[in-house]
Design a protein around this ligand. Structure first.
Ligand code: 5RP
Length: 234
């Protein structure tokens, strides 16, 4: 199978450095797409570059079936000729997605695009989770980016109070409804010393659907560095 050097050619306009790095990270991750596999597709601008590259691989003859983590991703992938399935396989061979923050042990904050619940379902049910980020996303500790939390609308003020009792400052994301029909709260905790504990403490609050902290799932991190990328195995 031929591996293309870049998922898409540069548009001819000056690309912002973060976009160049997102593209580089996606290019690295595309090398881990196996023929005759079933993979999960994340959501967001970095995944967008991955999808563009995947469409090129499909044109070159690779056989992949994809589960999408959002309606947006499903529509984008299908419009580019990628097969999107809505029946659930036993497991996914791999999942490819971006992140809002990643720390050295591979814990992530995700959900900037609001798709965290479906993203976490796909990541959890994949043999491997490949994370693609530009270098601005790599942190020593998580927490500068607010933790997105998908919640039920019912009892939302109780849910907010309970998250605030854990030390989070909550902002309900305005004009937003997830693909599951739910609101989302962005929760600011400052530097997070123990992402695993914080994830489980938020998760057990009634009304919380899912928490945008992903622990113990990442297998590889593709970090864009200019037009190159660095691969870290976790
Ligand atoms: C969407 C996500 C995205 O992966 C995350 O927000 C990063 O997005 P981008 O690649 O656009 O920077 O979690 O819910």
């Amino acid at each position: 199978m031929a591996i293309i050097s870049y998922p898409v050619q540069a548009s001819g306009f000056m690309e912002p450095p973060t976009d160049i790095e997102k593209r580089s990270a996606a290019t690295g991750a595309l090398k881990f797409v196996k023929d005759n596999s079933t993979i999960g597709l994340g959501t967001g601008t970095t995944t967008h570059y991955f999808i563009l590259g995947l469409a090129e691989l499909v044109k070159q003859g690779i056989n992949v079936k994809c589960m999408a983590s959002s309606i947006d991703t499903a529509m984008k992938a299908e419009s580019l000729g990628i097969t999107v399935i809505d029946t659930y396989p036993d497991t996914l061979d791999a999942y490819f997605d971006g992140a809002d923050e990643v720390e050295p042990r591979g814990s992530l904050i995700k959900g900037g695009g609001g798709a965290l619940t479906r993203e976490k379902i796909l990541a959890y049910n994949s043999r491997e989770f490949n994370v693609m980020v530009d270098s601005s996303k790599v942190k020593e500790k998580l927490g500068n980016f607010g933790v997105p939390v998908e919640v039920l609308n019912f009892g939302i003020s109780f849910t907010i109070s309970n998250i605030e009792r854990l030390g989070g400052k909550c902002n309900v994301r305005s004009d937003f409804e997830s693909d599951n029909g739910n609101p989302l709260i962005d929760c600011y905790f400052g530097e997070i010393d123990n992402p695993t504990m914080l994830e489980s403490m938020i998760k057990r609050i009634p009304g919380v659907v899912e928490v945008g902290i992903f622990n113990g799932m990442t297998k590889r991190i593709f970090q864009g560095k200019g037009k190159e990328y660095v691969l870290k195995e976790v």
